[in-house]
Design a protein around this ligand. Sequence first.
Ligand SMILES: Cc1cc2nc3c(=O)[nH]c(=O)nc-3n(C[C@H](O)[C@H](O)[C@H](O)COP(=O)(O)O)c2cc1C
Length: 183
Amino acid sequence: MVKGDIRRAFTYLESGSVLLVTTNDGEMDNVMTISWQMVMDFSPHIAITTGDWNESFETILKTKECCLNVPSFDMVETVVGVGTVHGSECDKFSSFGLDRAKAKKVKAPVITNCLAAIECKLEDYIEQHGILVFKGVQLWENLDKEERRVIHANGDGTFFADGEFRNLRNEMSQWVPEGSERL
Ligand SMILES: Cc1cc2nc3c(=O)[nH]c(=O)nc-3n(C[C@H](O)[C@H](O)[C@H](O)COP(=O)(O)O)c2cc1C
């Protein structure tokens, strides 16, 4: 992976990709799957919804950071596997063949098999709804990966890949911030 411009970090998520959320509790790395996620602005602020049935949740509240990794569609079985066991039950990285690299601004690792990874700092926790609000502080991009499609979840155990692509950047120019164009 190579460092990318944080101004285009949100473009990996705005279409609604399933994510692999990595954490480090000071001793061990962990990873969980998240499909409830939302881009909130261009800065980027990104929200996920989760709770105390996941071990990662406690780690995020404690460390106030994580990495949001964007898996490609060829990783869909891995993503489901990661989301069906707890970190205390097995080493999910070796069990699911996930490769790690050190992040720059957080202790949670970057998953180098993914299309992109966004290092994030926790800014807010809305307890009533289990919403964690993060600020992305560093983008990593895997520009060599052949599979460019992200994973979309229907929420019923079925998944689909991106379909047709259209470039309407000129028409959208008032809403396309400088530096956000995907490579
Ligand atoms: C496709 C998929 C999507 C998921 N999305 C979410 C989600 O948005 N929020 C959540 O709290 N858990 C979600 N999960 C469940 C967690 O990933 C799961 O509980 C995981 O095992 C937690 O790992 P941990 O206990 O090691 O943190 C999802 C699982 C799958 C398979």
